[in-house]
Design a protein around this ligand. Structure first.
Ligand code: GLY
Length: 341
């Protein structure tokens, strides 16, 4: 990506249940006290030790540190946090501050959704993945031993701060993971994202997501397009055994979706090449990991994907844009997998 240089952007998300602003720019975490909801006396800052950033809400502030990685997204952590907030005297008018990446925004957002039947929360997103995806749109959840994000709620934040300064300390693979989600947005807009610097590009991604969430807050239709590239990505992640981060798997999944769309007569070879070019521009993979050679296993996993409404639902490109598609023949699915080897 180009070096950041543009001024902070403010993108409005007009979701059905609430409207809020997403601030994108260098140092916007310092705006936290100015976006605190009216009437809040205390802030519960939920974060992970590895995040390495502090914030000042301007309120009486309690910091709650949760487990590292996906282990934080558990019902036992939700219970612990709610109990500690209760013991600290948090009321319905107080506020949760989610400080971290997607794990923290999923967990802290869910705590906010259920504590006292729902309190307000503000997210300070410190990873690229959270800034362009997880922190926007009100999906909150924790995991069960049976699967990821199986218990959750749609609960919109009061405000989101995407501080691009925090990206400077991200481990390279964590940054690449966010870039996989960013690559997806190149195909959800007519805008040339290549021409934008980092801040403007993140703001453009937020803008696209805001428009989709405004149209379909609870994913009963259009919001499924945000899963572009995710059918194969989820299959790769569920199969396990392969050392790919989420965004890296999404990158391979974008190229796969293009190869499927080509074989369905929806796009031409030039558009497939554009997918490979964008993925390469983020230095992301466009091939399946070598040991992932069992097509039967992958096709079975496609059918278990949670956006599967009626058999396997792919999200595919066309000259009308990206849209959900059912009825992709097995032969097409298998042939397109060959194009990734
Ligand atoms: N991450 C996809 C969505 O928010 O709908």
């Amino acid at each position: 990506m180009a070096q950041p240089h543009s001024q902070p952007h403010v993108v409005r998300v007009a979701a059905g249940s609430s409207t809020y602003d997403v601030h994108v720019g260098a140092g916007v975490r310092h705006r936290l006290s100015s976006v605190m909801p009216e009437g809040a006396r205390q802030a519960a800052v939920i974060t992970q030790a590895g995040i390495g950033w502090q914030v000042d809400s301007g309120l009486e502030q309690h910091v709650f540190t949760v487990a590292e990685g996906e282990d934080a997204k558990s019902l036992s952590e939700v219970e612990r946090l709610c109990r500690e907030m209760s013991q600290a005297g948090f009321t319905r008018s107080d506020v949760v501050v989610a400080l971290g990446g997607g794990v923290v925004s999923d967990l802290a957002g869910f705590v906010a959704a259920v504590y006292h039947r729902g309190i307000r929360y503000v997210t300070v997103a410190t990873t690229l993945l959270a800034q362009v995806d997880a922190a926007i749109g009100g999906k909150t959840a924790v995991n069960l031993p049976d699967g990821k994000n199986l218990v959750g709620a749609f609960w919109q934040p009061h405000a989101v701060l995407c501080d691009t300064e925090t990206l400077s300390t991200l481990p390279p693979r964590e940054l690449r993971s966010g870039q996989g989600e960013m690559a997806k947005y190149h195909f959800l807009t007519g805008e040339d994202l290549d021409a934008l610097d980092t801040i403007a590009r993140i703001a453009a991604a937020v803008h696209i997501k805001a428009e989709v969430v405004a149209a379909d807050e609870r994913e009963s239709g259009r919001r499924v397009i945000l899963n572009y590239g995710h059918t194969l990505a989820h299959a790769i992640e569920t199969a396990g055994r392969y050392d790919l981060r989420h965004g890296e798997a999404v990158a391979v999944g974008l190229v796969y979706a293009a190869e499927v769309a080509l074989r369905m007569g929806r796009i031409d070879t030039e558009r497939v090449a554009a997918h490979r070019r964008v993925v390469a521009s983020y230095d992301l993979p466009d091939r399946l990991p070598a040991p992932l050679d069992d097509d039967d296993e992958l096709l079975a996993l496609f059918a278990r994907d949670k956006k599967a409404l009626d058999g396997v639902t792919f999200v595919l490109d066309s000259d009308r844009g990206v849209e959900p598609v059912v009825g992709v023949p097995d032969s097409v699915q298998r042939d397109a997998l060959q194009a990734l080897r």
